[in-house]
Design a protein around this ligand. Structure first.
Ligand code: IPM
Ligand code: MN
Length: 347
């Protein structure tokens, strides 16, 4: 999938810009080759890059490893080391995929929202954490949900600013009725909202938000939430877009450097079979062009190319519909490249 995304990137920049592309290993590949899910060389390459395109990191052996030694941990460390705290996960339904969703077309038609997931805090990073044996000999697993006011403030600002660029509605999702961390979350979001009187702020508890997401997803514009709730909500929201194979993401910090990756994880069982949907990776390239390189037109060309191949009926298995043309990962990538080149007007 990543190879297809790189193909699309090369196609859209053509001879206009030069691309200095470096490859580095992470996750399962890092563990297998150098015994580290985030090898220091990889972190160094990532640090000096303007943008990072991330492929899947998981491997089947992960199920037997403790979380802090698994492949996914390399990705978590990378997000944290580069302070990429704002994870934008746009959920937009291409009209061509109206029937690919498991939800009714009149519910999902026109869905266009962004889930902004905080990426550097919460249960993912809070200390203490671990599995210990207590005085009675019982094994106890524990994690800590933790956010500082400053961490909440910066993601809240990112949420309000994103809403300002869109339909000016921000919904903050928390669990303030049960968890102190989340009570602080709500308090800080309300404080920050005073600087954005033009944005309409609402609050939902995560359980209710999950329900509304399925019942009436069109009501959402920007959702801002913590690391764990955002992880879960965005997988659920993927089905609004027809398939998790369609969802790109951008993880940004306080400068333009960004990490771009599909929302989906790895599916080692289908790796190398040329059947996975590369569109989430390709759409992640569009986000890279937009956010790290300021190339809005190029980003739009990639997105339009995706729309056009869908209109032409190209489908990978996850979004297959009766009467469409089932294609493999590479064929889908080729079709997007072709559409990108055509949109370039021969340049
Ligand atoms: C995601 C993934 C990761 C996460 C895993 C692979 C560590 O599920 O990006 O949503 O939990 O953040
Ligand atoms: Mn996830």
């Amino acid at each position: 999938m990543t190879a297809e995304a790189v193909k699309a990137l090369r196609a859209v920049i053509g001879n206009e810009f030069s691309l200095d592309l470096q490859e580095a290993v992470i996750g399962g590949e890092g563990l297998d080759t150098v015994g580290d899910a985030l090898p220091p060389e990889t972190l160094a390459v990532a640090r000096q890059a303007d943008a990072i395109l991330l492929g899947g990191t998981g491997v089947p052996e992960d199920e037997k490893r403790p979380p802090s030694e698994g492949a996914g941990y390399g990705l978590l460390k990378l997000r944290k080391a580069l302070s990429l705290y704002a994870n934008f996960r746009p959920v937009k339904l291409f009209p061509e995929l109206l029937d690919a969703s498991t939800l009714k077309p009149d519910v999902v038609g026109g869905v266009d929202m962004v889930i902004l997931r905080e990426l550097n805090g919460d249960l993912y990073f809070g200390q203490p954490r671990g599995i210990e044996t207590d005085a009675e000999g019982r094994r106890v697993g524990f994690n800590t949900m933790r956010y500082t006011d400053a961490e909440i403030e910066r993601i809240a600002h990112a949420g309000f600013q994103a809403a300002r660029r869109r339909r000016k509605k921000l919904c903050s999702v928390d669990k303030a009725n049960v968890l102190e961390t989340m009570a602080l979350w709500r308090e800080v979001v309300i404080e920050v909202s005073k600087q954005y009187p033009d944005v309409e702020l609402s609050h939902l508890y995560i359980d209710a938000a999950s329900m509304v997401l399925i019942r009436n997803p069109r009501q959402f514009d920007v959702i801002v939430t913590g690391n764990v709730f955002g992880d879960i909500l965005s997988d659920a929201a993927a089905m609004l877009a027809g398939s998790i194979g369609m969802l790109p993401s951008a993880s940004l910090g306080s400068d333009n450097k960004g990490l771009y990756e599909p929302v989906h994880g790895t599916a080692p069982d289908i790796a190398g079979k040329n059947i996975a949907n590369p569109l989430a990776a390709i759409l992640s390239v569009a986000m890279m062009l937009r956010y790290s390189f300021g190339l809005e037109n190029h980003a739009a060309r990639v997105e339009e190319a995706v729309g056009s191949v869908l209109r032409d009926g190209y489908r990978t298995g996850d979004i297959m519909q009766p009467g469409s043309r089932l294609v493999g990962t590479r064929e889908m990538g080729d079709a997007v490249v072709e559409a990108v080149l055509q949109s370039g007007g021969g340049s």
